[in-house]
Design a protein around this ligand. Sequence first.
Ligand code: GUN
Ligand code: ZN
Length: 409
Amino acid sequence: MSEIHRAAVLHATGIDSIAYYGDGALVVDPDGKIESLGPWHGRSSGGRIHDHRPALLLPGFVDCHFHIPQIDVRGRYGFSLLEWLDRFIYPAERACADPETARDAARRAFQSLMAHGTTTVAAYTSCHVQAAHAAFEEAEAAGIRAVIGNPLMDRETPPDLRAGVDALAACEEIASRWEGKAGRLFYAFTPRFAVSCTPALLAASAEAARRTGCRIMTHLAENEEEVRRVRSLFGGDRSYAAVYDSFGLLGPGTIVAHAIHVTAEDSDLLARAGASVAHCPSSNFFLRSGRMDIGMLDNHGVIIGLGTDVGAGPSFSLWETMRDMLYTNEKTPARAFSTATRGGAGALGLWDRIGDFSAEKEADFCVYDVPPGLTAGSESRPDELIAALIFTEGGAKPREVWIGGRRIL
Ligand code: GUN
Ligand code: ZN
């Protein structure tokens, strides 16, 4: 039997546009896929009814950049990227050599993400193979949709966290066990960033991703010192993005985080390759990394999603990330909301499955109380509702979370 969710329903229909049904019906088929979205009128039969009124029903968020082992080292303030990694992040990731520590972090991360309205996440584990398996197992148990990768490093990082080309066979094994499982779980080969990877590792990661059809995640041009280091490691005649491109790392399945210190040529390169950007404005504030220019990436047609980037980002909430996006670029609340949903789905290559309420997509959605002082009805303005949610202190939290048509929280 179909399930009919009656509520004020809102979703993004374009990069800067929203559709709104003050009294709407989202119909979900028995497989958890969306059958239809429209006005409630005339919908009183043909399925089991969930009456959420007077609440708001929105698509689940897609967090395109998140680090599981960093959840308990948020707020280590006052350092820039490379020193912060050495002082706080590598020690926290080393602790995940202990399987129970890694598993516990993954479990808590997924619960906190869903509690803030995120139904899909692209998450880095620690470098350890067992940490990746544990994260997949926890994601499967939690019901969240996830792209997961264990970051590879074979230089300029502590020796015990290095795993070079030899580690790729184990990564391919992770991929063979999890890629595409239940239509919810996906593996990403994850050369951490050019500073920590030799040319051999970058090339072999790209080749493994090509062979297995898996995604690639990495960081790009987040910090000026990092960019200088890449120039000295790889030769000064190529940009950071061009370095990745030269090793075959940029393609439609590639998600690069940050992309702050990039040129128009780099943007064009990313767009032509079909690679997408995880924009992490809260993290960029925290590490004083700089300001990403959304307009330039837009001009070249780069797909942009949003990332909390916990633990450089302090919050699990993409609502708070949207707020910081609006503080750093003159965009509308509708654009921020679209970036957190549609944009993220496109960035992770999941546009055929999630991102809005088009028919046949998976029913990933959250139910929110209407912000104080507003009502959700046919007369309400959706941009006003979204803005009030974005500027809710502490990040608006859903009261229900559904993934694939199944209630999770
Ligand atoms: N660049 C390489 N690794 C990291 C990381 O863990 N966090 C951030 N923000 N940038 C990185
Ligand atoms: Zn990161």
